[in-house]
Ligand binder design. Sequence first.
Ligand code: XIL
Length: 433
Amino acid sequence: MKSKYKFIMAATITGLNLVCPQVDAQGLKDVYKDFKFGNILNSTTVNNSNMKALVLTEFNSITPENELKPDATMVQSGSTNENIKVQLNAGAKAILQFCQDNNIALRGHCLVWHSQTPSWFFRENLTTTGAIVDSATMNRRMESYIKNIFSLITSSYPNLNLYAYDVVNEAFANDGGGLRPAGTASGQSPWTLIYGNDDFIVNAFTYARRYAPLGCKLFYNDYNEYISAKTNDMYNLAMKLKAANLIDGIGMQSHLDMGYPDANLYGQAVAKFASTGLEIQVTEIDITTSTGDFVAQGLKYRDIMTKILAYKNNVSAFVVWGIQDNQSWRSYGKPVLFDSNGNKKPAYNELYNLGSSTGTPEIQSTNSPRAWITGNQLNITGVSQGKPWFVYSATGILVSRGIAESAKSTITLNIPSGIYFFRAENHSLKIVN
Ligand code: XIL
């Protein structure tokens, strides 16, 4: 069960009209109401109680990082062209069970990909030494795999909210300009090799449409999606699949860096994808930094989210690829919202504040109490339970104070325009009304 923390912020105040509402503890999933806010779990993190607690507070969508990929689910032994055997490994089972038990929606990732797919799947006699098969054989194998994996998931977890699936992943060349190069070497695609055109994509979506459970939206997912040649490749494919009613959405992986791309280029891709009328999901966002400037990183997350919010009617999920920096596949660039100790980074705070539509605090601190004002509402978060907080006027007169009865709170306070200072736990923040 999802835990809900109820709390009341008490405040003593003179001459001000103060209301003390009872509110739910809020995470990112609560401040972003227009779409799901997700993250990933893997076979390690799903067994870590701190991670599970954090997920319950912050996220309402989970993608298994590796556990539903073809190399995790395909079973060579006993497979035939008509019947590709499938399994859910222990990590997959733990993740799917956790999501089902806690009513967290699941993004399936992924069915057809050049990477993390066993080499025998593409070869004669389903052996690693066989010659590459023809497209007719591959169609039968692909259909069977897609049918069997959907069937295994839905029969094993009948109450799981499997709301989206990446049907085809990374089919295009790195920077656009057509399909990924044919071949079996790293970065090359056996799919392009076998089909020579995009028939495998159309067929994959055809089979997925046939076997996906009700409510499971079908996505094409790719990276470098903001490079205009690739944006165009993805757009054209999406429009073609849409005309045949085979696709529901476009996944923007969004593996970004502080240096590239800038938010405007990213925003152009969002606009182009939105113009398809399909859903957009940010499926794997992370933003690497080489300097460790987390304040700048936070602002970049904010800028990217601002581009997303401009098309929020099209967007159905925003998924970060990693909970803590040290767990990220790009850990060298410390690219996600929590540091290696599980503390919130500026990126978290920026997204939280933007999502609460409350404006940003004038001075923002990391992992510490924050206060900011919109209209007549003073918002306070992050004061440890039992600790006092104070609001002073610019001239140092105490305007309001209270004791945090929980680590997060929001109070509503009528307060004249001006500059104030908020203090709690040795932090002092300037807030402007
Ligand atoms: C990555 C995982 O995070 C790593 O653990 C794994 O070793 C390689 O794959 N695009 C995708 C994801 O679609 O599946 C990749 O995930 C990251 C890039």
